[in-house]
Design a protein. Sequence first.
Length: 282
Amino acid sequence: MELHNDGAEVYVPDGSPVDVALSRTTHLCVSAHQDDIEIMAYHGILECFGRSEKGFTGVTVTNGSGSPRDGLYGSYTDEEMQVVRRKEQKKAAFIGEYSAHVFLDYSSSAVKDPANTHVVEDLERIIVASKPQVIYTHNLADKHDTHVATALRAIRALRELPCDSRPQHLYGCEVWRNLDWLNDNDKFVFNVEAHENLAMALVGVFDSQVSGGKRYDLATMGRRRANATYLAAHGVDESTSLIFGIDLTPLVEDEQLDVGEYVDGFIRRFAKEVSSRIAKLS
Ligand SMILES: [Zn+2]
């Protein structure tokens, strides 16, 4: 597969040829950083785990050079962090039995630059080669610029592809901002309670982040548990672990739909629910 950056790589945990690994993909995640996939798209990993007829492929757009670091990793250079983070992502791909993991190796600034078309072109090639049914990416209300830029590049890539190369579903999921605030009928709810051990291993393997000062492992598992319990005020928990998503599929189906306007619709409906409850009870 031709990708723009010299440092780009397609890692195939089971050693199959790259074209075979990509073509068996049914679920794909386009993420900004190493570990984002394991936090936001565990549903896709779980859907494909141990299933011969399904395959999960991860795409990490950035090179991880700007990662925070502390402890064992405190003195690591940006170059050394890139090596560590790629190695950690490969460990996760192996544990999660991904069909493939694609490292695109861009700097964050390149991803955030709307004039840089290389990221979009790489994503188009990957999507054409893998033709996934479902794509997960960052939600557009995330508060990390690189995350939102990554989601926008993915949407642009999908809009530029012919309809038969587009997925049936595109979901924006939780990393830097959860989606508990969405009105319940605007939430896409993923039940991810199966294989909790696997979920913990997948978020725990990123030692440079977790022991480096950010307890993403505990926070991620805690968020899923909180989502499950706080989803319904009246009624017992129906799951022990949920991930919330925003359905972004309409943005792929209708190229004229304004991205900002579409997301504003969710925010307006949320604002209306809050204000109407206060009005009702005042
Ligand atoms: Zn991230």
